[in-house]
Design a protein. Structure first.
Lengths: 543, 191
């Protein structure tokens, strides 16, 4: 793989070695919230655990995965070694060191601010610095992606950028823009207080800046999975991608619209007025469009594959698909939570309807359903798909891989369906424990117990994942055919410049950000708002 | 994986067909989103369904010294027009007052603020749901259709005692809601 094997595999293993313990924390957190007895029954540990689980799952795991996948795509689609590979290693180590720096104080109970920070609560500065290092590491990847794309384009004028490369560049750019909000919040608002340089923080401004990151990051998690849907799935299914052009348009729409919508996370906040909440609610509807386009492209792509394989009739082609391929199975399974979660998301973004569910278990259910159910399951399949390339060995075995994917699928459904219901019943999220002697909570006891079972199923799935990947990393090497990407039904000979680069789209995105976030952020500099003193969470926790 | 290599021939679907079907799908989906958006807009405008809608600034350091959030002004108040205003403070790790009484079937306006960190509240089975951010007043209006005791938890992480932060709203029949003067305040905190 053009001398990038070690680089990619190190990213994947680092991502997985963070992911697996974070899953254990997740199961334990569910146990704490359920009526069942939990070991180490301590709410302070719960809040530290949520901080670690969230920081890893939101910032570290998907970022390392996207970086590894991104390097693999860059070298294989451009068919040459990575330029500036030493910087890729710098980025990798920044992420690893940053993760350790962030997690150690959290494990010591000195930064239980949850992964969404919640100023004026203030934790250990090491935690925030660690997160900033992870972001810096990922910026190395963004820069390398752009540098490599640019030099390839210069040497191949007029040739369409391969769709996978185009899409991973959109992903990298999206993350570059998205990470700015939280990074500015960390560097300019939180860290000065955490380090003792200043004593007050404007909670409203901090929350607004965080909302900038809060929705784009979701699409940053999602896009690597979509890249697999567009560029790896058609091959694995034995067909061709329905349309190359629509793929490019979908990724451009994601880049442009997934960022200026973050204010819908602040619908219930008092520091923003209804005008911009409404504007961003409308923009949020726009970002549903590329997902709906993707559903069509994927369905059409799979239908072609199914019919080529001999499927007949209205639905016969579905049965004819090669479901024994882990990638095909994972993508098929992913569509179920994506659909369910998508409709849940329409509720959340609906300006007024959100009042029923804001900050209840419904929201936790929604993003776990999308992230774990639709995104991470495809990450697993991508790992299975790339593993032979990375290790030079066959995957042993595809059957176990399929079992693993099915376990994950059922696990996430059993976990999140009960949360949706308890959320509608009014169960608040982020609480360490409930008093099940109270009638209000007593009626949620069964559902919360059920979700623990789902969590255990997911945990067993992760154990199996690690087993399959480790077993496929040792033993006899085999001849592995090189990684190939889907061809379109009508492969483009030429692509208009607009669909082959990002110059204009970056400019449009910037304009949209200024329009949608300019006033919501700017208001804090002329409205006479008040900053609050920081409230330290690093002192000896009260028992 | 040999069998999985692209076995579909190029051009299996003609380019104009691809473009036509995709364009059709694009318009159908845009139409669907348009209808959903219209529902959101129309309900927002005609049923006055809005989330927290205006910005009201308050100094978290002095709110207990003067103004509407001084201690003896907290609880339920009856406005001249019959609307009930409930004023509460959310702080680590309780609401003050911990229990408020309101009449059934009456417009109740909740006004909350925080002197310390970010909190929030939700009253299950109603649309009362808001973040409480220090420096701002959160106001949300609702109407209780059912008599009974409602739980009102803090739903935003506010520190190590967060899970203990629950208030109660007791909704009583109108005739059991005492007649109180303009300067009197009602709570159901046991004395």
């Amino acid at each position: 793989m053009y001398r990038a094997r070690r680089l990619v595999i190190c990213h994947f293993w680092a991502a997985l070695l963070c992911f697996a313990p974070a899953i254990v924390l997740g199961v334990w957190q569910m146990l704490m919230r359920s009526p069942l007895p939990a070991p180490l029954d301590d709410p302070n540990v719960y809040y530290a655990s949520v901080t670690a689980h969230g920081s890893i799952m939101a910032y570290v795991f998907p970022t390392l995965f996207a970086m590894g996948f991104g390097y693999a795509i860059t070298v294989t689609t451009l068919a040459r070694p990575l330029k500036g590979q030493v910087w890729a290693w710098v980025g990798f180590w920044l992420c690893v060191i940053g993760t350790a720096m962030a997690i150690v104080p959290v494990a010591m109970g000195r930064s239980s601010v949850l992964y969404t920070f919640y100023p004026p609560l203030i934790g250990s500065p090491w935690y925030y610095l660690g997160i900033v290092l992870v972001v810096l590491g990922s910026y190395c990847w963004i820069a390398l992606t752009l540098v490599n794309l640019r030099s390839w384009k210069r040497e191949n004028p007029g040739t369409p950028v391969p769709l996978a490369m185009f899409a991973i560049t959109a992903t990298a750019l999206l993350w570059g823009w998205t990470a700015l909000g939280a990074t500015v919040e960390l560097v300019f608002l939180i860290l000065p207080v955490a380090l003792g340089w200043t004593h007050t923080i404007n909670a409203g401004l901090a929350r607004t800046l965080f909302s900038w990151t809060l929705h784009g990051i979701v699409y940053f998690w999602l896009l690597p999975a979509y890249i697999a849907l567009y560029t790896l799935l058609p091959q694995a299914a034995g067909g061709r991608l329905y349309s190359d052009t629509m793929g490019r348009i979908a990724f451009i729409l994601f880049l442009v619209f997934s960022l200026p919508v973050g204010l819908h996370h602040l619908f219930m906040d008092p520091e923003q007025g209804s005008g911009f909440k409404f504007v961003q609610s409308v923009l949020t509807f726009m970002v549903a469009l590329p997902s709906l386009l993707t559903v069509f492209s994927v369905a059409a792509t799979l239908e072609i594959a199914g019919r080529v394989r001999g499927g007949r009739g209205l639905f016969g082609w579905i049965r004819a698909l090669p479901w024994h391929e882990p990638l095909v199975l994972a993508c098929g399974l992913a569509l179920v939570p994506l659909g369910l979660g998508g409709f849940g998301g329409l509720v959340n973004m609906s300006y007024a309807m959100n009042a029923m569910v804001h900050n209840t278990s419904w929201v936790t259910a929604h993003f776990h359903l999308i992230f774990a159910g639709a995104v991470v399951i495809v990450y697993f399949a991508i790992a299975y798909h790339l593993w032979p390339q990375l290790t030079g060995r066959e995957l042993t075995s595809k059957r176990l891989a399929r079992v693993q994917l099915w376990l994950w699928f059922w696990g996430i459904l059993i976990t999140t369906v009960p949360w949706h219901i308890t959320g509608l019943m009014g169960e608040p999220r982020r609480m360490a424990m409930f008093d099940y002697a109270e009638p209000f909570e007593a009626k949620m006891g069964f559902l919360n117990t059920l979700s623990v079972i789902g969590g255990l199923v997911m945990l067993s799935s992760v154990v199996l994942l690690l087993y399959v990947l480790v077993r496929s990393s040792v033993g006899a090497t085999a001849r592995v055919p090189p990684l190939t990407y889907a061809l379109a039904v009508n492969p483009p000979a030429q692509v208009p410049a607009l669909l082959n680069g990002f110059g204009l789209w970056n400019a449009i995105l910037l304009a949209l950000i200024v329009l949608s976030y300019g006033y919501p952020i700017g208001q804090f500099f002329f409205l006479r708002t008040h900053a609050s003193p920081g409230y330290s969470l690093t002192e000896e926790p009260r028992r | 994986m040999a069998e999985a290599q692209g076995t579909a021939p190029a051009g299996i679907v003609a380019e104009p067909v691809v473009v036509r079907t995709e364009t059709r799908w694009l318009f159908i989906m845009a139409g669907m989103l348009g209808i959903m958006l219209a529902v959101v807009v129309l309900t927002g405008v005609f049923q006055a369904l809005h989330p927290l809608s205006h910005i009201e600034i308050i100094d978290p350091a002095t709110l207990h010294l003067s103004g509407e959030f001084v201690e003896n002004n907290l609880g339920s108040a009856v406005e001249p027009d019959g609307v009930v205003t409930v004023r509460m403070i959310a702080h680590q790790y309780m609401f003050t007052p911990q229990c408020v009484t309101v009449p059934v079937g009456t417009l109740v306006r909740f006004r909350l603020t925080s002197p310390d960190v970010t909190h929030g509240f939700i009253i299950a089975d109603t649309n009362a749901n808001a973040m409480i951010v220090p420096g701002f007043v959160s106001e949300i209006a609702t109407r209780f259709d059912r008599i009974g005791a409602y739980k009102m938890p803090c739903h935003e992480f506010c520190g190590f005692g967060h899970h203990g932060m629950w208030a109660h709203v007791v909704v009583v029949p109108r005739d059991q809601f005492p007649k109180i003067g303009p300067d009197e305040r009602m709570t159901c905190v046991p004395r």
